[in-house]
Design a protein around this ligand. Structure first.
Ligand code: NI
Ligand code: MN
Length: 234
């Protein structure tokens, strides 16, 4: 059984049978943030890029829970420079196998820097996560790009987590185009409404997804754990 909890913005907790993964843990200072559920100790913290609204509490949480951080090489090196020892550095096209979970690092069209001085943090990325019998794509911050069709060809995506806020990422119209390329079974929108510049009508997006028959829209209430049915599509 695999559970997923949206913690606000781009932060998600995925709890598999044996391994839990926290993605883009921006909790402190996030106006829409939710606390980690009681008793959860993430085994893995995966960070798509260095921007504070994604990197967030990575260092503090990794120290507190002795989590393994997965990030692009330069961002991983930054984590090590801040004292973390359990860091898996990878890069676009690579994958990491940790505790029975596979995290593929895939492209994202965005920028990346980390820390108060905006230090170089390597390329931004997305992750395709194979956990239990599910494949979850977290796009990170990105515009739509045609190579999403390769991601869709290579992976049978059960659930795509796509930004729709605009301004810093693709907007709902571009996210519909992304779905044409990715062809996931389900989609959930993220990275909207947290701040005024990324306000969007998520209901209208969900309606458009359904109307165009691109995927099943999976609504998520922040902080509410939901179970993803395993086994994918038939
Ligand atoms: Ni960003
Ligand atoms: Mn962002």
């Amino acid at each position: 059984m695999t559970d997923i909890t949206w913690l606000g913005h781009a932060a998600f907790l995925v709890e598999g049978t044996s391994t839990s993964i926290l993605i883009d843990p921006f909790l402190s200072g996030n106006p829409s943030a939710n606390e980690l559920p009681e008793g959860v100790r993430p085994d893995v913290i995966a960070v798509t890029h260095g921007h504070q609204d994604h990197f967030g509490d990575c260092l503090e949480l990794a120290r507190r829970f002795d989590s393994t951080v997965v990030a692009v090489a330069e961002l991983g090196a930054y984590c090590e420079s801040q004292g973390l020892t359990k860091v898996v550095r990878l890069n676009i096209g690579g994958a990491a196998d940790i505790d029975g979970v596979r995290l593929h690092c895939v492209p994202a069209v965005h920028s990346s820097s980390v820390g108060p001085n905006r230090d170089y943090a390597g390329a931004p990325c997305g992750f395709v996560i194979a956990i239990d019998d599910l494949t979850i794509y977290h796009a990170g911050d990105t515009d739509v790009f045609t190579d999403m069709s390769l991601i869709g060809r290579r992976f049978d995506i059960d659930l795509a987590l796509l930004p729709i806020g605009g301004t810093f990422t693709m907007d709902p119209d571009a996210a519909l185009m992304a779905l044409e390329l990715l062809r996931p079974a389900e989609v959930t929108a993220m990275h909207f409404d947290t701040f005024p510049p990324i306000r969007q009508d998520v209901g209208a997006f969900a309606d458009a997804v359904a109307k165009q028959g691109l995927a099943d829209y999976r609504p998520m209430d922040q902080g509410t754990r939901t179970t993803l049915s395993g086994g994918g599509r038939t």
